[in-house]
Design a protein around this ligand. Structure first.
Ligand SMILES: NC(=O)c1ccc[n+]([C@@H]2O[C@H](COP(=O)([O-])OP(=O)(O)OC[C@H]3O[C@@H](n4cnc5c(N)ncnc54)[C@H](O)[C@@H]3O)[C@@H](O)[C@H]2O)c1
Length: 399
């Protein structure tokens, strides 16, 4: 059999623990037998990040900018315990944070739907994609404690002119918080959302609370509306999808009542909370893909979950594990499909589609990893728990 050729390399970011093991199995069993895989490899495993003083993460992000498409394995974000475990020189920053800052992206999270795994909201038949603005708000806020006295907020313009407003006149203890965002970042967020909705041909909802936060959330609403009307309206009409702005409380009610099939753009905190709610309601974190899309059209695909540390410690003891590789497989297929589309390689894109179908059909035939067994319910099909490797080999049979 002739292998499928690639023309441009994919930026490959390897990672840590159980997902690093799965990464190799996926490549060896599901990809390289069929594709003449061309990648530019970056080892983001914690040991190598430490050896390179985390330069490898920055290099990988810059390579992604250069080539346009990357696939990333889950990585450890070090805390004190990891500094000890890996004898690190420093508590390196989250690789995802570093990559996001360089690519200036929006994160889209989307569930993989399989027959037999019913969402907790039974009407959710199609995916709900959460687009989370990944800059500013409470994540870059200044907060503090207050006592009796006045909290004020002062803005000084470049000429030194000051404008001070009273936040609150305290007659006892309390708390204050000041946060910001920038038009530049909001515009990037809006464009990434409009581009993504067009690409997946799904309607887009953007929600905020401009009735209360008139200027702050009002600015988000205004920027979305302006960019939509000036740059995207005609294309949305052509593709038959629509854009709606609504209040966050109304959006929650609409989403719960919907049958899915929508991209929901959320401000940073809303996206943080809602993406976990949506992932859980769809069944499993291990069935959730994530893609970072930059405003200039650079894509980084990954699984939404972490490195599955608990399973890795079992693996190190020589025990068989049944870790779910589906989201990591879909990170690879997402990246291969995108590379295929950009380079005009339809056989590469077809292969990626085929691998996705084979993965879904394997689960629907009753063969799956342990995390899915308890929630699988398809009349006439008995769920059978396989190890990670057995499951991946079953998928290969279906390809
Ligand atoms: N995007 C990323 O790279 C990313 C995201 C989150 C966490 N992390 C890192 O991962 C490590 C572990 O973090 P965590 O335990 O909070 O998150 P995790 O996603 O690895 O695990 C959370 C829970 O979900 C289960 N789970 C997750 N993925 C699974 C899969 N594929 N198959 C079966 N079960 C699965 C785990 O067993 C665990 O109970 C940490 O060091 C953290 O820094 C990385």
């Amino acid at each position: 059999m002739q292998k499928i050729k690639m023309t441009t390399p994919l930026v490959e970011m390897d990672g840590d623990e159980m997902t690093r093991i799965i990464w190799k199995l996926i490549k060896d069993i599901l990809i390289t037998p069929y594709v003449d895989l061309k990648t530019e490899y970056y080892d983001l495993g914690l040991k190598h990040r430490d050896e390179t003083d985390d330069k490898v993460t920055v290099d990988a992000a810059n390579a992604t900018k250069k080539y346009g498409v990357a696939v990333k394995c889950a990585t450890i974000t070090p805390n004190y315990q990891r500094v000890e475990e890996y004898d690190l020189k420093e508590m390196w920053k989250s690789p995802n944070g570093t990559i996001r800052a360089i690519l200036d992206g929006t994160v889209f999270r989307s569930p993989i739907i399989v027959k037999g795994i019913t969402p907790y909201i039974p009407t959710w038949e199609k995916p709900i994609v959460i687009a989370r603005h990944a800059y500013g708000d409470i994540y870059k806020a200044v907060d503090g404690l207050a006592g009796e006295g006045k909290a004020e907020l002062t803005y000084t313009d470049t000429d030194g002119k000051k404008n001070t407003v009273t936040v609150f006149d305290f007659d006892g203890d309390g708390v204050v918080l000041a946060m910001h965002n920038t038009d530049k970042s909001i515009k990037s967020f809006a464009k990434a959302c409009f581009n993504y909705a067009l690409e997946v041909k799904m309607p887009l909802i953007f929600s905020a609370k401009d009735t209360i936060s008139k200027k702050y959330d009002g600015k988000f609403k205004e920027i979305f509306e302006k960019i939509f009307n000036e740059e995207y309206k005609a294309e949305f009409e052509k593709e038959g999808v629509d854009y709606t702005y609504t209040l966050i409380d109304d959006a929650v009610a609409r989403i719960i009542r919907s049958n899915g099939g929508v991209v929901w753009a959320c401000k940073n905190y809303d996206g943080d909370v809602m993406s976990d709610m949506v992932a859980t309601a769809f069944g499993s974190l291990a069935m959730m893909t994530s893609v970072l899309v930059s405003p200039d059209g650079v894509y980084e695909f990954e699984a939404a979950h972490g490195t599955v540390t608990r399973h890795y410690y079992k693996y190190l003891k020589g025990e068989e594990t049944s870790t779910n590789p589906v989201a990591t497989i879909f990170a690879w297929t997402g990246a291969l499909k995108k590379r295929g589309a950009l380079d005009g390689l339809s056989d590469l894109a077809d292969f990626a589609e085929r691998l996705e179908r084979a993965t879904i059909e394997t689960i629907e035939s009753g063969k799956m990893t342990g995390d899915l067994v308890g929630m699988f319910n398809l009349p006439g099909v008995k769920a059978e728990k396989l190890t990670t490797e057995e499951f991946i080999k079953e998928i290969a049979k279906k390809i």
